[in-house]
Ligand binder design. Sequence first.
Ligand SMILES: [Zn+2]
Length: 264
Amino acid sequence: MYDLRAIGTVQSAVTQSRDMPLQGVPAVINVFDEFVAGLTGLESDTHINVIGWFDKADRAPLMVRPRKINPQLEKRGVFSLRSPVRPNPLSLSATHLVKVDGPLLYVEPLDLIDGSPVVDIKPYSAGWDAIFWARDTHSAYITQHMAEGDVLAELFREAFNFHGEKCAAIAVSAKIAYEAAQALEANVRDIRLQLPRNVNPHLADGLVGVSKATMGNARLTFSEDPDIRIWTATRSVSYRVFDISDSDAQHVLRMSADQLFSKQ
Ligand SMILES: [Zn+2]
């Protein structure tokens, strides 16, 4: 009744879904010869939406617990999850198109395992697809019971998606956001930010990226205070960031909080 044809396949170093990190890995999409003409014009885009097919997914359940993330989570409906388990197991991944080489699309990251069929590719548009004020409960749901390193990886992904560079400063922003969410017992999407006027702009981008605080939504303000203040209606914390200009992002993510900033 509906005729869906694969237009290519994924080449990935990851061959088992249990080994795929939540943030995905670099991959290549090999587009079949008969569809290569359809890539014309795509080479000038930096990001694409990849629609794939989870060919091994269980299509029957409508309520699932994303076991791979954490078996302690409450069950949720499949349409409120990004799990492969769904009646039509289509995947949707927005990813950086690093390079187009004939039929090969080099992308980073992609969470589809080696050999997965790809059924469509569309250009990603920041103007159309990035609805910055969206408030999802999905990210807070999946990070419940998650190990600190995994939560930091998720926060780092969000900071990078906003900032566009995997620099040490956005790794610090992920560490601060994690620390503040714990201290305030708050969802990072609800925190308010007061930044010093001379704040490192990369750090500021990272904090905005994870919190979605903007001047327009009144959750982002600037002051003469040298500290970063983060607060909710009931609690407040302040941080003074140390100089980390000689570090890289992965190193920062592994450093302890008290090596990166002091709590005021
Ligand atoms: Zn940067």
